[in-house]
Design a binder for this molecule. Structure first.
Ligand code: DNO
Length: 391
């Protein structure tokens, strides 16, 4: 596995030097300053790439080239945005960057209700609580249809939850959900958020699935000719939110995407923490079924309860059997190597570390402080080392 670390650019509190000291060789990054839908120009890509190169590292994965909402809804200027997307992919390839992560989550990228859940050891973790999300939806956003979509018990619990919130807790819940987590690229006010959600009112899961497939079909000739491997990130969390469908949550979703567009350039970011939130996702089977098109690994673990709540666990704890996942990744790599695939080594980054030690005193991107991810990477490295020595 190519040890990788995410870097949000020059404003990131975690520097390229920190990343190098963590032992990673590969940087996962994006041009966050470019507005969604605009072309990434070669000059701007090269500038970012050079900065990373000068730190002794390589920009090996783009995470993400965001997909414009018009493409997801196939309305407005979606054709222009698809052409722009293709041009961006060509420009990246001309700079030697061939792995591109993206997602197809409507309106919101990854979503958490709490960014600093205190853990018993004194560190903090990102978490998702169903009651908090429903309280936000029903009583802060006041989305009209919400009351029809939740059960009586869910509404009652959300109401109790809301009643106990102080004003600062209402604000921080709202911010956690709609202000845009790092890398999400877009944040909203309550009104903007409501409008964005309403825009999906007439779209079914099948529609969204179809829009994704049409988008991929339009990209495939470019991807195959310039050699870019796209890898879709799963929905996080893997379930519909705010009454809008999501299409990359389950084994069935993956089968649908990859059987409709079988080219290996249509690939997957295997994020164990995202898929692992659903007890009905059998991670190992999902991994092995699609192993040949897994172009990027997000290794992290989540701990769920039976009510749909979860938090980010230590990398080797929680519901993900990381031993099995690392073993499967190494097995896939050796299979690729023996069949002569040049992309046999798969980039892997630790994801969403706990905020801990000295980082507790610092302002860092939620989930992306240095020490928690450094710990995650070190644990994953040790696990991979041990597996490769004993197998
Ligand atoms: C969160 C990330 C996601 C991911 C995008 C990919 O930590 O895993 O924001 O980058 O969904 O497009």
């Amino acid at each position: 596995m190519i040890e990788s670390f995410r870097w949000y650019g020059p404003a990131d509190a975690v520097s390229l030097s920190d990343i190098r000291q963590a032992g990673a060789v590969n940087v996962v990054s994006a041009l966050h300053q470019v507005p969604n839908g605009a072309i990434w120009e070669v000059e701007t890509i090269k500038e970012h790439q050079e900065r990373i190169r000068q730190a002794g590292l390589k920009w090996g994965v783009v995470e993400s080239v965001p997909v414009h909402e018009d493409i997801k809804q196939r309305k407005g200027d979606f054709k222009v945005y698809i052409e722009n997307y293709k041009k961006t992919l060509e420009n990246l390839a001309s700079c030697g960057i061939f792995t591109v992560c993206y997602n197809f989550m409507p309106v919101l990228d990854w979503t958490r209700t709490h960014l600093y859940k205190p853990l018993a050891d004194g560190s903090t973790a990102l978490s998702f609580e169903g009651d908090a999300l429903r309280a936000f939806d029903l009583f802060i956003l006041n989305r009209t249809e919400a009351v029809k979509e939740y059960s009586k018990d869910e509404i009652l619990n959300a109401n109790n939850y809301f009643k106990n919130l102080k004003i600062n807790e209402i604000n921080s819940l709202t911010e956690s959900i709609i202000a845009g987590l790092p890398g999400a690229e877009e944040g909203y006010t309550l009104d903007q958020f409501n409008d964005r959600i309403q825009a999906y009112k007439h779209l079914s899961k099948q529609d969204l699935q179809q829009h994704l497939i049409l988008f991929l079909e339009a990209l495939i000739p470019t991807l195959e000719s310039v050699g870019v491997r796209m890898c879709i990130h799963p929905d996080d969390p893997p379930q519909p939110l705010f009454g809008i469908p999501r299409v990359v949550s389950t084994a069935e979703d993956l089968n649908q995407i990859f059987s409709s567009v079988p080219s290996l350039n249509n690939g997957l970011t295997f994020c164990t923490g995202s898929f692992g939130v659903r007890a009905d996702n059998d991670l190992l089977t999902m991994f092995t079924t699609h192993a040949s098109r897994i172009h990027f690994l997000h290794f992290r673990s989540t701990q769920r309860d039976d009510k749909g709540n979860f938090y980010e666990a230590n990398h080797l704890e929680g519901d993900v059997d990381m031993y099995l996942m690392v073993k499967a990744a190494l097995k896939e790599e050796s299979k690729r190597k023996s069949s002569g695939r040049s992309d046999w080594e798969i980039p892997m980054r630790p994801d969403h570390g706990h905020q801990m030690l000295d980082d507790l005193k610092k302002v860092t991107n939620p989930g992306y402080s240095a020490i928690g991810r450094l710990k995650g990477l070190a644990e994953l490295r040790g696990l991979a080392h041990a597996i490769s020595r004993t197998d």
